[in-house]
Design a binder for this molecule. Structure first.
Ligand SMILES: [Fe+2]
Length: 344
């Protein structure tokens, strides 16, 4: 018993020493990435990064809330160097929980427009998505459509669907409107929209488009990439839905269509922060951007990079120009307002 304990102790010390050696050896560098994404293209890009730099990329999947909670629980002991999740509202949560560290990188500053990264450089947008109006062409003439705010008008009574107010995408949309029009008008919008709902909010973004095709509503507020996902789904009905509905970019002559990002940040307790920065820089590069974005039918944030054919088929659009950092700052008020007007 005692002998085996001593053996175990010696063995552990040897392992720790071996670990130290690995840590200092340049031929065996690695980073750990907590990512909400799980696409084949990501792995292709990570392999490319590994070939170019010799830095191995270890990925741990999970949804955003799981990964944020895990980081929080692990504290200083975390193995994570990089966090990749969607929605500026969630990134703000990670930032305010003190889970990220600031990064000063000219590469990132050059590749990523200022409004798509955190004002304190805690996170950097890598792909963007638009929250658009999706309509049934048999029941809606696009000339009827103009802005998010116009959906509060009487002609849209009982014709609009979107998901619940607890959903971060809708909270971020509302947060953007608070920033653009102020709280009073944003609240009037939320109340008017709620009054025009075709049903009590339910389901995810795809379910809204499905409900439109099933005839329950005429217009859905949802994220663009779900159209791409459904078009390429193995589910026949999802394909039918995606091929039936049309995309409309609202607020083109006013404040622009609401956009949000998926983004990456270096964790506060990263053990390999320099390599983590190199990794995020790589994902922001022209080489990586179109692949990284098109894996989820999103738009690259890098301005020089071409977009996916499907996205190109919807045409160019003007996005809101607000810094996305403000979405997280207004998300609490956004949730309160939606609750107050009865948006379930
Ligand atoms: Fe999503």
């Amino acid at each position: 018993m005692r002998k085996s304990l001593i053996f175990l102790l010696v063995f552990s010390v040897m392992l720790v020493l071996a670990g130290c050696q690995l840590g200092t050896s340049s031929s065996d560098r690695s980073i750990t990435v907590y990512s909400e994404r799980h696409y084949d293209t990501d792995q292709y890009l990570f392999d490319l990064f590994e070939q170019e730099t010799g830095i191995e990329v270890r990925v741990i999947d999970g949804n955003a809330d799981q990964l944020i909670n895990r980081l929080d629980n692990e504290g200083e002991d975390t193995e994570a160097d990089v966090l990749i999740i969607a929605d500026a509202g969630r990134l703000h949560r990670a930032k305010s929980m003190d889970l990220l560290q600031p990064v000063h990188s000219d590469v990132l500053f050059n590749n990523i427009p200022a409004n798509y990264r955190d004002e304190d450089n805690m996170w950097f947008g890598l792909t963007k998505r638009a929250r658009v109006l999706v309509y049934h062409p048999d029941r809606v003439d696009p000339s009827e459509l103009s802005t998010y705010e116009a959906l509060t008008e009487p002609q849209f009574k009982g014709r609009v669907v979107t998901r619940t107010s607890t959903n971060i995408y809708n909270q971020s949309l509302m947060a953007s409107l608070i920033e653009i029009m102020g709280e009073t008008e944003a609240k009037a919008f939320a109340a008017g929209l709620t009054a025009n709902f075709a049903r009590t909010p339910a389901g995810n973004d795809r379910d809204q488009a499905k409900y439109v095709v099933e005839g329950g509503a005429d217009i859905a507020i949802m994220n663009t990439y779900y159209i791409g996902r459904m078009m390429n789904s193995s589910d026949r009905f999802e394909q039918e839905v995606a091929n039936t509905v049309k995309v409309f970019f609202p607020n083109q002559n006013t404040s622009g269509t609401h956009v949000n990002v998926s983004a990456a940040g270096v964790t506060k307790h990263a053990n390999h922060s320099e390599d983590a920065i190199k990794f995020i820089e790589f994902l922001s590069s022209e080489t990586a951007q179109s692949k990284f974005a098109s894996a989820n039918y999103e738009y690259p944030v890098h301005v020089n990079v071409e977009i996916d054919d499907l996205l190109a088929s919807w045409g160019d659009f003007t996005a809101q120009s607000i810094p996305l950092s403000v979405l997280g700052e207004h998300s609490y008020r956004a949730a309160v307002i939606m609750d107050e007007v009865g948006w379930e």
